[in-house]
Design a protein around this ligand. Structure first.
Ligand SMILES: Cc1ncc(COP(=O)(O)O)c(C=O)c1O
Length: 408
């Protein structure tokens, strides 16, 4: 069996070819330095915005190259995916004029189904978990004579994803590290392969959610192992097992892999939106999350983080923004007891207003047994200029005899 380094050289060779072939169908995505994130990480941070790629994620790169390679041998394409690979393959199918079937689990969100259909693919809903979905995809491929396009464990797919590194080498003269999210490992092994060939001094680090630590577990075991992932906001990084090819490249060429927590992912999505005006999905924010939460040895270095995708459900964004605002002290919910007498609630609201708090919600309850007699339990949600103002409001309320506290 070829070693990881031999595989990498082959992937890099194909990646150079892939670049020529796919460049007319994809965007060369922007690379930008970020003063805010540089300061937060102690590194000179550049971000590569693959969320602005066609289909909203880097996946279009690998899919296009793979489909180009198989297009003359097969009558159509099949892929099993509920995420960005689905859209990448559907897009590639449309570009090269091939019938495309995407098999998605029955739980796939309406927005993902619609996005995939919008590229002209037929969507088949089958299976509750990915493995079941994949079985159906294999059956369709065999019955119809279609090519099954794997999401990551394929040298051409890895090579397509590696074109990001070729772009990067042209966009930035010098950099020390690249930080890459890991799902099945196609993206990181493509990037690591190209850098191994073209700029071997650059260190590549991987990031995965603590909820799905398949790479760390596999590195510990010395072989790809199965894990039982927990739910995570970085749904693009959930796979049960790394690829066999991707594992070999990762084991030999990746300098380290770290885990990020759900809160760190959510906070990074929020910061990308607020500071960078950039919409990233959970997987897309993972590299930055590791960089700004001190998870990697990048201090004093020039580091590139890949914002790998931006396809996030709007309902998730809404919750993330609320959490982010609350963490930043820009939104607060306080709860307390107010004597049940005319004018008392008004006084409380005036105290908040005098400190420039803007009330956006009030709930009050007089009926529960746990509430002291002749009092109402009041919860007030308000926007504030910052955390110190929330503290001032609470201090003044308590000073004026109102028992209030910060609630979740
Ligand atoms: C946005 C995003 N980032 C990263 C990844 C991980 O890519 P790979 O599976 O090649 O490791 C995925 C995979 O679906 C993704 O959708």
């Amino acid at each position: 069996m070829a070693s990881g380094k031999e595989l990498a050289l082959e992937v890099a060779r194909r990646s150079r070819e892939a670049r020529e072939i796919i460049s007319e169908y994809i965007h060369e995505t922007p690379l930008e330095e970020s003063a805010t994130f540089s300061q937060m990480s102690g590194s000179r941070v550049y971000l590569k915005y693959e969320n602005l790629q066609k289909t909203g994620a880097f996946k279009a790169r690998g899919a296009l190259y793979k489909v180009f390679k198989v297009k003359d041998e097969y009558k159509g394409l099949v892929a099993a995916s509920a995420g960005n690979h689905a859209q990448g393959v559907a897009y590639a199918g449309r570009i090269f004029g091939l019938k495309t079937v995407i098999v998605m689990p029955v739980s796939a969100s309406i927005s993902k189904i619609e996005a995939t259909k919008s590229y002209g693919a037929e969507v088949v809903l089958a299976g509750r978990v990915y493995d079941e979905t994949l079985e159906v995809a294999k059956k369709i491929a065999a019955e119809r004579g279609y090519a099954l396009i794997h999401a990551f464990d394929d040298l051409d797919v890895m090579a397509g994803q590696g074109t990001i590194a070729y772009e990067l080498l042209e966009q930035l003269d010098q950099f020390d590290t690249v930080v890459v999210p890991i799902g099945g490992g196609g993206l990181i092994s493509g990037v690591a392969s190209v850098l191994y060939k073209e700029a071997p001094h650059v260190k590549v680090y991987g990031v995965e959610p603590a909820a799905a630590p398949k790479t760390l577990r596999s590195l510990e075991a010395g072989r790809p192992v199965y894990i039982e992932p927990k739910p995570t906001i970085a749904d693009g990084l959930v796979v049960k097992r790394l690829g066999s090819l991707t594992f070999q490249v990762i084991r030999e060429l990746v300098s380290g892999v770290t885990l990020v927590e759900e809160d760190e992912l959510a906070h990074s999505i929020y910061l990308l939106l607020e500071r960078g005006k950039v919409l990233a999905e959970g997987a897309g924010a993972a590299a930055l999350a590791a960089m700004i939460h001190g998870k990697l040895p990048i201090k004093g270095k020039t580091s590139v983080g890949i914002v790998s995708g931006g396809n996030i459900d709007l309902t998730h964004i809404y919750r993330i923004i609320l959490r982010g605002l609350s963490k930043a002290g820009r939104l607060a919910k306080i709860t307390g007891y107010v004597p049940d007498a005319p004018g008392q609630l008004k006084t409380v609201l005036e105290i908040i207003a005098n400190h420039r708090g803007n009330v956006i919600g009030i709930f009050h309850d007089r009926t529960s047994h746990s509430i002291p007699a002749w009092n109402a339990l009041v919860s007030i949600t308000f926007e504030a200029p910052g955390r110190s103002v929330i503290e001032e409001i609470l201090a003044e309320l308590r000073g004026r005899g109102y028992d209030f506290w910060l609630s979740d």
